[in-house]
Ligand binder design. Structure first.
Ligand code: CU
Length: 240
């Protein structure tokens, strides 16, 4: 897969902001210390009050928007511009799901209080409640909605989440890891009632080949496969 995982997109942005922050903080601190040393009090102050006034005036002029300040404003402008462009670029990447023909599409329907997942296999719909089985190393597109109130669906490890709203079909994507056997929690991120905190879905990652073998064998085989993976997990068994 040539798709940058959603968590890596945020990590890139985080590193950019951190790097710029360190450079700016470093140069401001260095300049501050340089000035502290250069203009430190040296011995007796022998300026007359009039000369001291003149000095104050000069500082005021230099710190207004002219000369050095114009340059600083320009540099600040460029930094802010870079951060804005990078943020828009990265969020648009997350916003627009990569081509759906490469993805496994899962319907996610929030309800009070749980998640219904739906696979479309050979023209039939396979439903699961609170558990979803996903293949390794695959682009997954979640089509998210709700059947009652506002919810929001997200998996913290993938740093991506989306509103689940009745009558609206939102889209969110992730790329699954290469190793099978990992189980993630999917949470509700919109206070939706007394059982909000109980809306924890389990996202079970299984071997890609095994998954698609069952998937391609038709709805009946796939339904059985998904249920067996889920019951195996619930009984605390090792995942295939
Ligand atoms: Cu909810």
């Amino acid at each position: 897969m040539d798709i940058l995982p959603t968590q890596a997109v945020w990590w890139e942005l985080f590193l950019l902001f951190t790097a710029v922050g360190i450079i700016v903080a470093g140069s401001v601190t260095a300049f501050f210390i340089y000035n502290l040393i250069k203009y430190r009090a040296k011995g007796r102050v022998d300026e007359s009050p009039a000369e001291a006034e003149k000095g104050k005036f000069r500082i005021m002029v230099e710190s207004s928007i002219s000369g050095k300040s114009k340059y600083l404003l320009f540099v600040t402008g460029i930094i802010v511009f870079i951060l804005i462009v990078a943020t828009i670029d990265e969020t648009l990447y997350l916003e627009f799901t990569p081509p759906a023909d490469e993805a496994v599409v899962i319907m996610v329907i929030g309800f009070q209080f749980g998640w219904q997942f739906e696979y479309s296999v050979g023209g039939e719909t396979i439903k699961t409640i609170n558990y979803v089985v996903l293949p390794t190393d695959t682009l997954i597109e979640f089509k998210v909605t709700s059947r009652d109130v506002f919810h929001a669906f997200g998996i913290p490890e993938f740093k991506n989440k989306i509103d689940a709203i009745p009558g609206i079909l939102n889209s969110m994507w992730i790329t699954t890891p290469e190793e099978p056997g990992i189980v993630y929690n999917a949470y509700c991120y919109e206070l939706c009632g007394a059982g909000h905190s109980l809306m924890v879905g389990k996202v079970i990652i299984v071997d890609k080949e095994e998954f698609f073998e069952a998937y391609n064998a038709g709805p009946e085989v796939f339904g059985e496969y998904v249920n067996s993976v889920i019951s195996q997990y619930r009984q605390g068994g090792a995942l295939g």
